[in-house]
Design a protein around this ligand. Structure first.
Ligand code: NAP
Ligand code: GDD
Length: 391
């Protein structure tokens, strides 16, 4: 019998990578998606199976973490061997604007799922993964952060996730659940949400390189994060549920970069060298020089991209042009200045190692965003409408 997994948040970045990963391992994968007024399954459309097929191994259910009866019904129908609770209002800045909703979905949502397992008497059958976060460390109490580092969350999101962390530990200790917290540091990919800083940067840099956008507005350029690739990180989620005993693990790369370095790396991928002027809210990033893009060596398609000219197009950025500026709107009421994880326990007990380097991650993201920007440019050139999404 194939193993059965239930993923909440299957339409998100991690949900999509995890669904793909588990399907390759011959799981039957069920996913919970929210009702939305527009299609919201872009990230998993390549996995879609016609509901008329008799033997399906990828099945979606409408559901919401704020609706307990719905969660109980789905868990009862699916009878999962493993639940991956990835669903969350996952944007830290947005959590300052929607603190109650964030607590409802991220904190109480986790409780509702654990209760569903308990009410249905599935504690011995169903293993539970909770998407915990390095945001728990917030105002960091030691560096690097590991499983024993005290928590100090700095946002409604972090506080909601703190509840979810402890309720997961509590159900493990009180009822013998096989429940694990993955304390994951930031992980990104070409399908990262467009308003998280890495994707915001790679998307903007690609558009600036093609002359589709003039300037990128950011908040705190000094913030430092430990950024890995989402594909690597979902493997760790699965590994945690395959252990003999349930435990909590930090998942991180152990390397740290600033937002400013992220901008420089993305720009460099496109052959753009920057220098910085000014300080704080007055700091700006100015084009120094435009050289041969490193991307031109990567794939045939991108060589073509360069040969066709748009990257050296006169409408692209020029030396001396200001392409990065600070906008205080993106400053957070309480900031997490620095996060750096120590993944030693994961390496020793799970045999997990990150495979993708920061530079490779940024390269992959820039390539994908360059392709998307070129597609938009082509569509517009031929008189059709391309969607201009804004934050
Ligand atoms: P994401 O791209 O924002 O995806 C979140 C998913 O949750 C989406 O499918 C979203 O649905 C769904 N969702 C949100 N609210 C929901 C609700 N009330 N009921 C049901 N579904 C809901 O996030 P991600 O980057 O994949 O992260 C996955 C999980 O890991 C999240 O819990 C996040 O907090 C946590 N985490 C992420 C990172 C990271 O760096 N990526 C690090 C540590 C922890 P829609 O598609 O309809 O919006
Ligand atoms: N989003 C955003 N937009 N962040 C900016 C900007 C901007 O314009 N400018 C600077 N930053 C800074 C933020 O202040 C923060 O310090 C850092 O860039 C990273 O911001 P995000 O990419 O939004 O991620 P995050 O670290 O706040 O949260 C992500 O990682 C957590 C794990 O540490 C999310 O994925 C969370 O769900 C996750 O738990």
């Amino acid at each position: 019998m194939p193993r059965v997994a239930l993923i909440t948040g299957v339409t998100g970045q991690d949900g999509a990578y995890l669904a793909e990963f588990l399907l390759k391992k011959d799981y039957v994968v069920h996913g919970v998606k929210r009702r939305a007024s527009l299609f919201n399954t872009d990230r998993i459309d390549h996995l879609y199976q016609d509901p008329h097929l008799e033997q399906r191994n990828f099945i979606l259910h409408y559901g919401d973490l704020t609706d307990a009866t719905n969660l109980i019904r789905i868990v009862q129908e699916v009878q999962p061997d493993e639940i991956y609770n990835l669903a969350a209002q996952s944007h830290v800045m947005v959590s300052f604007e929607t603190p109650e909703y964030t607590a409802n979905s991220d904190a109480l949502g986790t409780l509702r799922l654990l209760e569903a397992i308990r009410i249905l008497g599935l504690e011995k059958k169903t293993r539970f993964y909770q998407a915990s976060t390095s945001e728990l460390f917030g105002k960091v109490q030691e560096t690097p952060q590991k499983e024993t580092t005290p928590f100090y969350p700095r946002s409604p999101y972090g506080v909601a996730k703190l509840y979810a962390y402890w309720i997961t530990v509590n159900y493990r200790e009180a009822y013998g659940f096989f429940a694990c917290n993955g304390i994951l540091f930031n992980h990104e990919s070409p399908i990262r949400g467009e308003t998280f800083v890495t994707r915001k940067i790679t998307r903007a840099m690609a558009r600036i390189a093609l002359g589709l956008q003039d300037c990128l507005f950011l908040g705190n350029l000094d913030a430092r994060r430990d950024w890995g690739h989402a594909r690597d990180f979902v493997e760790a989620q699965w590994l945690m549920l395959q252990q003999d005993e349930p435990e909590d693990f930090v998942i991180a790369t152990g390397k740290q970069y600033s937002v400013r370095q992220m901008v420089e790396t993305a720009a460099a991928e496109l052959g753009i060298t920057l220098h910085w002027q000014g300080e704080g809210a007055d700091e700006v990033g100015i084009v120094d020089s435009i050289g041969q893009s490193h991307l031109s060596n990567v794939t045939g398609h991108l060589i073509k991209t360069n040969d066709q000219g748009p990257m050296t197009n006169a409408s692209g950025p020029q030396p001396g042009q200001m392409i990065v500026r600070v906008d205080r709107r993106y400053y957070r009421p309480a900031e997490v200045d620095t996060l750096l994880g120590d993944p030693t326990k994961a390496r020793q007990q799970l045999g997990w190692e990150p495979k993708v380097t920061f530079r490779e991650l940024v390269g992959e993201m820039v390539r994908a965003d360059l392709e998307a920007a070129r597609r938009d440019e082509l569509v517009k050139m031929h008189g059709y409408q391309a969607f201009d999404y804004h934050e």
